[in-house]
Structure formats: C-alpha cells, structure tokens
Design a protein around this ligand. Structure first.
Ligand SMILES: [Zn+2]
Length: 95
C-alpha cells in the first residue's frame, strides 16, 4: 500500500510537471506567469518528486515539522509546512 501510494504520488507529480511544460512550450502566457512556473512552481514540483523518491515527502524541507496530510492533498507539490512556505514566499517577494 505504501509503495502504491508512492507510485501514485510520483505519477501525479510527473503529470503536473509535464502539463506545465506543455503549456509553456505551446501556449502564449504573460511573462510573469512563465517566470513563476519556471522559477518557482516547476522546481518545487521537482523537489517534491525527489522527496517522494527519497521517502521524505510529507516532511517540511525547512523545519522538523510534518506537512499535514490535508495540505498535501490540496497541493501535492508542497515541500514546506504552511508557516515555512509563508516565510519563503515573503522572502522572495519583490515589490
Ligand atoms: Zn516548516
């Protein structure tokens, strides 16, 4: 069951990455959208995929907290708990 779950998560994350890459290759999108996907969303999904493979998916990358299952269900690419994610987003926000 655990292995199935891992395979399912891997497949789900790969599908999400492919879908975004497809949109970026074939559709015109505002520059801000493209940059966000390329610089933030895809690396984050790739990191989440790596975490699934190394068995740390569901653990925050920045602190020892676990990422609540509810949050992982809502955003499978989550690699940080909510408070670390908020800090991260504030730190990279440009005005
Ligand atoms: Zn955290």
């Amino acid at each position: 069951m655990i292995v199935d779950d891992q395979k399912h998560r891997e497949a789900d994350l790969l599908a999400r990455i492919e879908k975004i890459q497809h949109v970026l290759r074939h559709k015109a999108r505002p520059e801000g959208y493209i940059l966000l996907k390329k610089d933030v969303i895809i690396p984050q999904l790739e990191r989440a995929l790596e975490k699934v493979r190394e068995g740390s998916h569901g653990e925050c990358d920045d602190c020892p907290e676990a990422i609540p299952e509810r949050r992982l269900k809502a955003s499978p690419g989550a690699i940080r708990c909510l408070s670390c994610q908020t800090k991260f987003e504030k730190s990279r926000a440009v005005s």
